[in-house]
Design a protein around this ligand. Structure first.
Ligand SMILES: Cc1cc2nc3c(=O)[nH]c(=O)nc-3n(C[C@H](O)[C@H](O)[C@H](O)COP(=O)(O)O)c2cc1C
Length: 210
């Protein structure tokens, strides 16, 4: 099985959504001996916005020309999605929706004639369906308030043909930073132990953080 692991929090190893997603990956690894994981950390400068060339050419019918700039990145990111058989996505809610880094990833990946096609003015997905497991963390804000994250992500994956999306929400994840630095999260300790095992996939996941 090939899993694409997307981490969208800017908080690195302190991220609740990333921690939960590591657990999910471990669970998936536990039942499969033959798993490859590609990790893509989208936070900060890891995920640039689309550039001028991309915005001018990606929606221009018949546009030819050597890809460069963010079109090259778009090719790479699309390839990772196409190759995956499952996607584990870790994201916090930011201002009632997805973090801007995840929006930048969507702008690169939801691309005409690559992942969807316009047919009769509708966006029709070109990818085969695959499970998407979303580890979603929120703060202490109004939990009954508006949510533009879940419906938006559902819509954007389904635009590409991916409709099997499940959300695993972790509400109330705003933590006391003082306590966090004084004692390590149990999952960090668990994953430290895993690092000492020979499991190269777990090591690859954690190498993104250390
Ligand atoms: C810029 C910003 C905006 C946020 N907006 C919301 C929000 O609209 N609703 C909410 O419940 N939490 C909001 N939060 C809190 C985060 O979702 C919460 O801290 C989450 O647990 C962080 O997940 P992480 O540890 O994976 O980064 C916001 C946090 C930041 C930094």
């Amino acid at each position: 099985m090939r899993i694409l692991h997307l981490i969208c929090s800017p908080r690195g190893h302190a991220s609740a959504s990333a921690r939960r997603s590591h657990q999910m990956i471990e669970e998936l690894l536990g039942s499969n001996n033959d798993v490859e994981v590609t990790v893509r950390c989208l936070s900060g400068s890891n995920m640039p916005h689309i550039d001028r060339e991309f915005s001018m050419s990606s929606r221009a019918p018949g546009h030819v020309g050597d890809p460069f700039g963010s079109k090259l990145l778009s090719d790479e990111l699309i390839e990772e999605v196409v190759e995956s058989e499952a996607i584990v996505l870790a994201t916090p809610m930011h201002n009632l929706t997805i973090p801007s880094a995840l929006k930048a990833w969507i702008d690169h990946v939801v691309r005409p004639d690559r992942t969807f096609r316009y047919i009769d003015n509708k966006m029709v997905g070109l990818l085969t369906d695959r499970p998407v497991l979303v580890s979603l963390s929120r703060g202490n804000g109004a939990l009954d308030g508006p949510d533009f994250l879940i419906p938006y992500l559902r819509t954007m994956f389904s635009v590409m043909g991916i409709t099997s999306i499940e959300f695993f929400p972790l509400p109330n994840q705003d933590v006391d930073r003082g306590k966090l630095s004084a004692s390590r999260h149990p999952l960090d300790l668990q994953l430290d132990a895993a690092r000492e095992t020979k499991h190269r996939l777990i090591q690859a996941l954690w190498s993104q953080y250390w």
